[in-house]
Design a protein around this ligand. Structure first.
Ligand SMILES: N[C@@H](CCC(=O)N[C@@H](CS)C(=O)NCC(=O)O)C(=O)O
Length: 216
């Protein structure tokens, strides 16, 4: 198994958490340095035409792509522990929470979007930061409202870790990277703290990966 990764990538962080929870160690981790634009090099374009990480080659390939699709694949081939509830409503809720992060918020912050804001739309640094912080906080506000409900337990959905928790933690770490105050989101913070206490989450943290600085 080969994982295409970069320490700072929040989408790869999500896959790393899932791999750790499942006790899967990739045979090879290939660094795609997003700060050097290596995602746009021909070699990687052939792996993932979207020029984004993560990508995962399991066996013969071709590469799997999109963090949520990869995590669900891992959940299907290594069912323990299950990362989705057994009931359809529960699965829909968990997938919905996960998609608020992975589909509605995080895509607005990725390098290709920030570079477009800078080079094509000529937005200055404070304006670009305001953009990122706005979309992070919007998602956190929606997540906080959802998580205040009775279906939330120790984790996003009851007391079992799910794909929603994986995404929530990546959102919280992204908030920290972009200096978004999470104090208005106490339920989010409580669930994130519970997750971060789990070794599989802690080991996957971006700042614990090779090449990461001491602080971001
Ligand atoms: N929706 C994708 C997002 C993938 C993505 O955009 N990854 C970022 C890093 S977190 C990336 O590689 N971006 C490259 C770029 O924007 O140029 C997923 O969840 O896997």
């Amino acid at each position: 198994m080969k994982l295409f990764s970069f320490w700072r990538s929040l989408a790869t962080y999500r896959v790393r958490i899932a791999l750790n929870l499942k006790g899967i160690q990739p045979d090879e981790v290939v660094d795609i340095n997003l700060m050097k634009g290596q995602q746009r090099e021909a070699g990687f374009h052939a792996v993932n035409p979207m020029m984004a990480i993560p990508a995962l080659i399991d066996g013969e390939g071709p590469a799997l792509f999109e963090s949520l699709a990869i995590i669900e694949y891992l959940d299907e081939i290594h069912p323990h522990p299950r990362l989705l509830p057994s009931d359809p409503r529960g699965r829909a809720r968990v997938r919905g929470l996960a998609q608020i992060v992975a589909c509605d918020s995080h895509p607005l912050l990725v390098p290709r979007v920030r570079e477009y804001l800078e080079h094509q739309l000529k937005l200055d640094e404070p304006t670009r930061m305001a953009w990122c912080r706005h979309w992070i906080a919007e998602a956190l506000a929606a997540l906080e409202t959802h998580l205040k409900g009775s279906e939330t337990g120790r984790y996003c959905h009851g007391d079992a870790v799910s794909i929603a928790d994986i995404c929530l933690v990546s959102q919280a770490v992204g908030a920290k990277f972009f200096q978004v105050d999470t104090a208005p989101f106490p339920t989010v913070n409580r669930v994130v703290d519970n997750c971060q206490a789990i070794d599989a989450f802690a080991r996957a943290h971006p700042l614990k990966q090779p090449g990461a600085p001491a602080a971001a």
